[in-house]
Design a protein around this ligand. Structure first.
Ligand code: MLT
Length: 246
C-alpha cells in the first residue's frame, strides 16, 4: 500500500474504544493512524439527545469520522461494532477499503433475544449499568481467563452511561439482517472468532465465511468473545496479516 489508510476500530457492547488498546499501540508503532472511537453514550462520548438511535445512526457517526480522516479507511468492528461495520458497508460502501469483523453475526435479533434486551433495559433503568456487569463479563471471556482480566472488563463496563447502554440495546434490538450483504462484498474481509466464544461461536463465523469465501478467517485459540483483550497478540497478528494482503 503506497500510503497507509487510517484504521477505524469500533467497540462492542457495553464497552468503549479502550478495548483496542493493545492493537492500536502495536499498529501505531508501525505507522498506522488508528482511530478507536467510542460510540455515543460510551467512553467519554456524550449520549444522543434522543433515545431512539439505530445501528445506521452509529454507522453515520463512523462515516463522519472517516470523512474527516480522508474519506476512506480500513474498518473493523467487534460484535455490536460489527453490526455497525455492516451498516456502514450498506450505506457508504466507498468509505471502506477493507472490513474486519470480530466476533459478530449478520442476523437480526430473534424475538427471544429482543425480549431479553427489553429486560436488560429495565434492569439498567432501575439499577444502573452495574446491574448487568458481572453476568456479562463472565459471558465475554473464556473460562480460563484470569481474575484480573475479568475485573478489568467489569470495571470497563461499569463506567458506561445508562443512557448509552439503553440506546445501544434498543438499536441492536431493531437492527436489520445483514446476511444478504455478505455475498455482495468485493472488498477484502477479515473474520475473527474465539474458539471459546459462546455469544458468537465459531459456527457463526464459519457460516459468514460460507457467504464470502474470499474472506480471511482466523480462529483465535484460548479466547472467548472478547478476543482482542483476551489474546491481544494473536488478534494484532491477524490484523497485521490481513493488512499485508491489501
Ligand atoms: C457485543 O459484544 O457487542 C454484544 O454481545 C452484541 C449483542 O449483544 O448482540
Amino acid at each position: 500500500m503506497a500510503q497507509k489508510l487510517p484504521i477505524v476500530l469500533i467497540h462492542g457492547f457495553p464497552l468503549d474504544g479502550a478495548i483496542w488498546l493493545a492493537q492500536a499501540e502495536a499498529l501505531r508503532a508501525v505507522g498506522y493512524n488508528v482511530l478507536t472511537p467510542s460510540l455515543p453514550g460510551f467512553g467519554t462520548t456524550p449520549p444522543w439527545a434522543h433515545d431512539q438511535g439505530t445501528i445506521e445512526d452509529y454507522a453515520q457517526e463512523i462515516y463522519r469520522l472517516i470523512a474527516q480522516a480522508g474519506g476512506q479507511a480500513i474498518v473493523g468492528g467487534f460484535s455490536m461494532g460489527g453490526y455497525v461495520v455492516m451498516a456502514l458497508l450498506r450505506e457508504h460502501p466507498a468509505a471502506v477499503r477493507g472490513a474486519m469483523l470480530f466476533n459478530t453475526r449478520p442476523e437480526a435479533d430473534t424475538p427471544e433475544v429482543r425480549a431479553a434486551r427489553q429486560k436488560m433495559i429495565q434492569q439498567v433503568q432501575q439499577e444502573g449499568t452495574a446491574a448487568i456487569c458481572a453476568a456479562m463479563a463472565d459471558k465475554l471471556l473464556s473460562p480460563k481467563s484470569s481474575p484480573a482480566l475479568r475485573q478489568q472488563v467489569r470495571n470497563l463496563m461499569a463506567v458506561q452511561s445508562p443512557a448509552g447502554v439503553i440506546a445501544a440495546l434498543q438499536a441492536m434490538a431493531h437492527r436489520q439482517d445483514s446476511t444478504p450483504l455478505l455475498p455482495t462484498l468485493t472488498i477484502p474481509v477479515l473474520l475473527v472468532v474465539g474458539d471459546h466464544d459462546t455469544i458468537t461461536p465459531p459456527a457463526v463465523a464459519l457460516n459468514m465465511h460460507n457467504h464470502m469465501p474470499h474472506a480471511m478467517l482466523v480462529q483465535v485459540a484460548n479466547a472467548g468473545h472478547l478476543t482482542m483483550m483476551e489474546q491481544p497478540a494473536a488478534v494484532t497478528q491477524a490484523i497485521t496479516t490481513f493488512l499485508a494482503t491489501l
